[in-house]
Write a protein that binds this ligand. Structure first.
Ligand code: SF4
Length: 308
């Protein structure tokens, strides 16, 4: 196969797009698609300060790389989850990436934020699945870091496979409220919240991995130990089978969803929640009294006291 752009020998084949690229043209294709997504969804402008949440994996480091390469003002945010050797290696990769490129990095760690806040500890004491506890803490600390640093936008490396797996789960249960809120851009609905964007939401995971490979980005290859057998991975496996039989199926499903959403198909389910400041931490919340994170942390503290 020849490169779709320059007719040299293609090294990257994209079945869903029926296209092939040599390495330099693939980088060009990738950057142009990011630029288009940013402009089309009005994610951010040239002067905006962007906080990029980086886990040490290929998607988030590729995102940081491409946005910094496009000349945007980026700062990385690494949140140490306290998941043993996996977290140690992830942090090393992120720090090495930032140092090699001279990019600013904010490092926070759950263990340093409070006793018993590491993901495995909170999951055990609150009897939640680790990913549920992890998600609640990421939301809390990402928002806090973005607010404290007065960033204009928080960018995450969610790719098409991530988005379609969530879309599939929400569709199968007709969770219309979640469908209404699943979007490439989540606006800052109140003081204390920061706009959240997903510039990679139209890229297959394979495309972001290829970008990381071509750019020689050193990322953590292993998956988080809690990812094994979780629901999102189960749906990803199912969707990969579908994609093998029907190339482009995932992209088509997602784009049609965005089109329907853009035409207001879920508007009636998008309830505007009344937010107020959490009594404990001050972050905006729709829950009465305290936010989900502070209630979760209280259970953790109670459990620790009983154990001692
Ligand atoms: Fe957190 Fe679950 Fe992802 Fe691990 S797999 S980083 S616990 S959300």
């Amino acid at each position: 196969m020849k490169c779709t752009r320059c007719k040299a020998k293609a090294e990257v084949h994209l079945r869903a797009h029926n296209a092939g690229f040599c390495r330099p043209c693939y980088l060009e294709y990738f950057r142009r698609h990011v630029e288009r997504a940013v402009k089309h969804e009005r994610m951010f402008g040239p002067g905006d300060r962007i906080l990029v949440a980086v886990s040490g994996g290929k998607d988030s480091l590729a995102l940081w790389d491409v946005l910094a390469g496009m000349g945007h003002q980026t700062t990385g945010l690494y949140l140490g989850l306290g998941i043993g050797a996996y977290s140690d290696r992830s942090r090393e990769k992120v720090e090495a990436f930032a140092t090699a490129r001279g990019l600013p990095l904010v490092v926070r760690s759950l263990a340093a934020e409070g006793p018993g806040l590491a993901v495995p500890d909170v999951a055990a004491s609150t009897r939640r699945m680790p990913c549920a506890a992890c998600g609640a803490m990421k939301r809390h600390f990402f928002d806090a870091a973005a607010h404290e640093g007065a960033f204009d936008v928080l960018a995450t490396g969610h790719n098409l496979d991530d988005e379609v797996a969530v879309l599939m789960q929400n569709t199968l249960r007709w969770q219309t409220g979640y469908l209404a809120r699943q979007a490439p851009v989540l606006p800052a609905s109140r003081e204390g919240l920061t706009r959240k964007v997903k510039p990679f939401c139209r890229f297959y995971e394979r495309e972001t991995a290829t970008y990381a490979l071509v750019r020689s980005i050193d990322y953590v290859y292993e998956e988080c130990p809690h990812a094994v057998g979780n629901l999102t991975n189960f749906y990803k496996t199912l969707l990969n089978q579908l994609e093998t039989q029907s190339p482009g199926a995932k992209l088509g499903f997602y784009l049609e969803f965005l089109r329907a959403r853009g035409e207001g198909a879920f508007e009636q389910f998008n309830k505007v929640e009344t937010l107020h400041a959490c009594e404990t931490c001050g972050q905006p919340t729709s829950a009465p009294g305290r936010c989900a994170f502070c209630r979760m942390w209280d259970i953790e503290k109670l459990t620790s006291a009983v154990v001692q």
